[in-house]
Design a protein around this ligand. Structure first.
Ligand code: SAM
Length: 463
């Protein structure tokens, strides 16, 4: 009755939330299992950003509920964004679900499971499902160090804020995640320091709009925003070798953040900078507070702070009213920005958002055509950029074995996945890798030092 499997849909924030729930459950004596076939409790941590993600989780829940016929003690819970978005209405389609827990209530999951299990063990009839999607004041302070066990992962996620105040016309996140709330800076720094002591070498600071971090709680200091102040503090932690963050908003990129990339070497040369569109008309309709030229200006500012800067982005194709000319602006923005990688989304209607009721919804066929055009252009650009690295030496943080288990994998400072031969003792260290070949998304190479296999000390941070 105590084996739990958590299946996560969607973004890194959801992954981080699942890790937190897993750690809380382990502390309560539950066993987290890797296979859902072995579990007594299945928790689906869901995503609402696009309809397809919701439908996938609903399909999975419906399929999993068939297990209750074979095993009436089986427990199914739906957590996270879709639970928040749909609440008790999920029971109309999935009446046998036991637990529906929203995004501000993850910390209540262990109590709810204890109650459900106790009732089942006592043979008490289970009545209504437990549904908890209420807002919780100061829920950002329920975020805790979530990694249990003596050794942390080489790369860890650290939540720095909850919610979002941006209200982009297409986006459901302000509904599913609530208002923007920042975690206290000292809690974040403490968590990063503890992770470093336990072996973490790279932290990714997570939030919906990380660049807005702390804007209501901390003043600017000498022109430095609270977010950059946080970066400085994490940068000072011994043992942390790399700092990444996602997702920022273009409006948060001021000179202080660009300068941070020049003066804080632990910030790698990579920025995820969601553009959404290259057309000023569509950006206005999306309620994105920047122009095409403003966006490209940020790209130039960051490349002048760090010439090797690699960019990834989010693009939506087929936003209501998007014409061929608007799409062409997006295509040419991608060319000019020279992205390393992009997530391209076909616009998905989200009930309750302003864009859902806009006229001139774009037909699915047109969205798909634009999606394919961009995918191909971005694939070609990404391959060109990765091929340009062949022959160079890249500093790679060794994360562990690659998918085959035969070699090792890590990422460059520019966030390129890299595969190479190494020794297990190098996991968690920065090593120089000579790049010998590349695919669209992965670099392949060899450790540069002939005696690298014997190396026990991390390499210097800049090679
Ligand atoms: N910080 C990001 C930003 O600046 O907008 C927000 C991250 S959002 C949770 C992840 C991505 O999902 C967005 O950047 C957007 O491209 C995509 N997205 C959100 N709503 C969408 C929708 N209704 N249809 C398609 N894609 C959507």
């Amino acid at each position: 009755m105590n084996r739990v499997h958590i299946k996560t849909y969607g973004c890194q924030m959801n992954e981080r939330d699942s890790e937190a729930v897993a750690a809380m459950l382990r502390a309560r004596g539950y066993r987290i299992v890797g296979s859902e076939d072995e579990c007594d409790v299945l928790l689906l941590n869901t995503c609402s950003v696009r309809d397809a993600a919701e439908q996938k989780a609903i399909g999975k829940a419906g399929y999993s509920l068939a297990r209750k016929k074979r095993n009436p003690d089986f427990i199914l819970g739906i957590l996270g964004c879709m639970a928040q978005n749909r609440g008790a209405s999920l029971l109309d389609r999935l009446p046998d679900v036991d637990l529906i827990v929203g995004t501000q209530k993850f910390h209540r999951v262990p109590d709810y499971l204890d109650n459900l299990r106790a009732a089942k063990e006592a043979g008490a009839p289970i009545g209504e499902a437990i549904v908890d999607t209420a807002e919780e004041l100061d829920s950002q302070n329920t975020i805790r160090d979530h990694m249990d066990g003596p050794e942390a992962q080489v790369c860890a996620f650290v939540s720095i804020q909850q919610g979002c105040d941006m209200h982009c016309a297409f986006c459901i996140v302000p509904t599913t995640r609530g208002d923007e709330r920042s975690r206290p800076m000292e809690d974040i720094v403490r968590e990063c320091a503890e992770l470093a002591e336990r072996g973490t070498r790279e932290v990714t600071l997570l939030g919906q709009i990380v660049t807005s971090y702390g804007r209501r709680d901390y003043p600017h200091s000498g022109g430095i925003s609270p977010f950059v102040q946080l970066l400085e503090k994490v940068h000072a932690i011994p043992g942390i070798e790399r700092i990444r963050f996602t997702s920022p908003h273009p409006k948060g990129f001021r000179q202080d953040l660009a300068d941070a990339f020049a003066r804080l070497p632990k910030l790698g040369e990579h920025v995820h900078l969601p553009a959404q569109s290259g057309s000023d008309r569509i950006l206005r309709a999306m309620k994105r507070p920047y122009t095409r030229e403003g966006y490209l200006g940020i790209v130039r500012m960051l490349r002048s702070a760090q010439p090797a800067m690699a960019f990834s982005t989010d693009i939506i194709v087929g936003f209501p009213g998007e014409t061929d000319a608007d799409f062409e602006q997006t295509r040419s923005l991608c060319e000019e920005a020279d992205f390393d990688m992009a997530y391209i989304f076909k616009y998905s209607v989200r009930t309750g958002t302003p864009a859902a009721s806009m006229p001139d919804q774009v037909p699915d066929g047109v969205k798909e055509e634009r999606n394919q055009i961009l995918l191909e252009a971005l694939r070609a650009g990404s391959l060109r950029r990765s091929q340009a690295l062949v022959g160079s030496v890249q500093e790679v943080l060794v994360e562990g074995p690659d998918k085959t288990g035969l070699r090792f994998a890590g990422k460059t400072r520019g966030n390129r996945a890299t595969v190479f031969e190494a020794a297990p003792r190098l996991v968690g260290t920065l090593v120089p890798v000579g790049i010998t070949r590349s695919s669209v998304s992965t670099l392949y190479g060899e450790l540069v030092l002939a005696d690298a296999g014997l190396q026990t000390e991390p390499c210097p941070a800049s090679l």
